[in-house]
Design a protein around this ligand. Structure first.
Ligand SMILES: [Zn+2]
Length: 208
């Protein structure tokens, strides 16, 4: 390759590293690797709009998901409710600091940051408020992707730990429903987000 302009026109398959010329895609189109069949690039339909609304829904579900009781427990004949936050407090109380920290980080902190991140990015695109700092912001946001699905795993840990600690009857509560809806909203918010499109747009604007 002799000049850098040509380099920018190339795209590599993420699965098998085959190189292709960057395709010009319209909304709803995708390009597949002829070697391994995986998707090289995809233009999602109404990406910004959909991601914006899912993240908005997720932000609204945030408080009920964390503070409403996710389960009811019968302790010494008395019925108690426990929210996700209560469960973390109980874990700390019993000396399980490590697990409490992990649960807090991956079931609450990371998803909250991702949700507000997706909201901020889609908001900036939707209302045309692009600025150079958005490029750094999106880089950081992109890294959080690796930790996306850990919250489901953490919820499982919380429920089973709680059940082990207090040998009690469990019942499912409103908070769990809110948590699941919250989970769906945040997953949809990031899956609707067309990262290729955002990278390209930010690079065109702010990278020389
Ligand atoms: Zn491939």
């Amino acid at each position: 390759m002799t000049n850098s302009a040509n380099k920018e026109q190339l795209i590599a398959c993420q699965q098998c590293d085959a190189l292709y010329e960057k395709p010009e895609l319209k909304q709803g189109q995708s390009a597949k690797c002829t070697r391994c069949g995986s998707t090289i690039e995809e233009r999602k339909v109404n990406s910004i709009e959909r991601s914006f609304h899912w993240s908005l829904a997720g932000i609204m579900l945030l408080v009920p998901a964390i503070l409403l009781p996710i389960m009811g427990v019968t302790l010494a004949g008395q019925y108690h409710h426990a929210s996700l936050l209560d469960c973390i407090v109980v874990l700390i109380d019993r000396g399980f600091f490590m697990i409490a920290t992990l649960v807090f980080l991956f079931a609450i902190a990371v998803p909250v940051v991702r949700l507000f991140g997706a909201f901020y990015i889609t908001y900036s695109f939707k209302f045309n408020k692009l600025k150079p700092s958005l490029l750094y912001f999106f880089r950081a946001f992109h890294h959080l992707d690796n930790w996306a699905m850990l919250n489901v795993f953490m919820l499982g840990i919380v429920v089973s730990m709680y059940k082990l600690l207090d040998d009690t009857e469990l019942s499912v509560n409103m908070g769990l429903l809110a948590f699941i809806l919250w989970l769906i909203s945040s997953t949809m918010a990031s899956s609707a987000l067309d990262q290729d499109y955002i990278w390209q747009k930010l690079e065109d604007e702010f990278v020389d």
